[in-house]
Design a binder for this molecule. Structure first.
Ligand code: AMP
Ligand code: MG
Length: 318
């Protein structure tokens, strides 16, 4: 098993301590947060910087709790543990996020699927107890997988069919990055970068007035080795790849954490990673996972049909 931190590692940004504009010259301030199973780095300058970073940190911890399926008291856990068909009031925020996840499932023809939770657990990816499940075990779980088993009920309630459970791991950090962008905006931040472990949002360019540079991990090389650098101001950039998290079985077979909803097996495709660049963090996160499942031909077809984002596909052929 191996976990690599940020894939879209924000490069060290030269001159980050120089003053930035505003009535009183300020310096870029930064914090590090450990949440959602990863190290997160936030930098901000301009506006109410300290208040923005404090609010951002609180919000990350709040979302880590609210969207987790391993914390017993989270709304996601309450939903997952309710008897099949029982509506559970999950609150407006979570219901809206689940509704968006269902839209992403529909748009990606089921490649993006939040109901893989029991299958992911069978492989031990959620609990860090890695194993290769029997085909018969997967065959019992697969009938409960699919967006059609999730029902948006009256008000802010959601229900799941018997045996269905959800996991928002493929979308939670992207949603958190959207929330970070809102908080920065509320506090008048003019320059900043938010790196939520591979889900990056850049705001307003760097202090030299140039775009931020976002390093894209070369998935075939060791952590920190870059395949290239993206330059962006005011954009979300998210990468998904099998190399981020995987398990090597005793016979040497590598099983990676992104699953094909049709088979319940780790995706086998001609892709090593997918990076998505667009103006919405939740969408970037959902699409990076889904397009990885589709493989390069499917991802290109999807991009041509849907548009609204840019992508970098790194194939097994390099
Ligand atoms: P990401 O790193 O955003 O690509 O999300 C990967 C995580 O989402 C995995 O570790 C699983 O918890 C979950 N997952 C795995 N396969 C899928 C899938 N096809 N659709 C949605 N979530 C998935
Ligand atoms: Mg994702």
């Amino acid at each position: 098993m191996k976990r690599l931190g940020a894939l879209l590692a924000s490069l060290l940004l030269a001159g980050s301590l120089t003053a930035c504009g505003g009535t009183a010259a300020q310096e870029m301030q930064s914090i590090q947060v450990f949440a959602m199973d990863t190290v997160m780095g936030l930098r901000a300058c301009g506006g109410e910087t300290e208040a923005a970073l404090a609010a951002a940190e609180d919000e990350i911890y709040r979302l880590d709790e609210a969207l987790s399926r391993t914390r017993e008291d989270s709304a996601v856990s309450r939903l997952n543990s309710a008897a099949g068909g029982t509506p559970v009031d999950v609150g407006e925020e979570l219901r809206d996020l689940i509704a968006r996840a269902l839209d992403f499932s529909a748009a990606t023809d089921g490649a993006f699927d939040i109901t893989l939770a029991p299958v992911s657990s069978a492989w031990g990816f959620t609990e860090d107890t890695y194993r290769v499940p029997e085909d018969a075990e997967l065959a019992l779980l697969l009938p409960c997988v699919g967006a059609e088993h999730v029902h948006l009920e009256e008000g802010t309630a959601v229900s799941l069919d018997q045996g269905t459970q959800i996991d928002l791991g493929a979308i939670a950090k992207g949603y958190a990055s959207d929330r970070m962008a809102a908080i920065y905006q509320e506090h008048g931040i003019t320059h900043g970068i938010v790196d939520l472990g591979g889900n990056t949002w850049v705001c307003g360019g760097n202090l030299e007035g140039e775009p931020w540079q976002i390093g894209i991990q070369d998935p075939a090389r060791s952590a920190g080795a870059l395949a290239g650098i993206l330059e962006a101001s005011d954009a979300f950039a998210v990468t998904s790849g099998g190399y981020q998290r995987y398990y090597t079985a005793p016979d040497g077979t590598v099983y990676q954490h992104i699953l094909d909803p049709k088979t319940g097996y780790p995706v086998e495709s001609d892709l090593l990673s997918v990076s998505i660049l667009c103006d919405n963090g939740t969408m970037a996160d959902a699409y990076s996972t889904a397009l990885y499942v589709m493989g390069s031909a499917g991802a290109q077809a999807f991009w041509r049909t849907h548009g609204g984002f840019e992508m970098i596909l790194i194939t097994t052929a390099g």
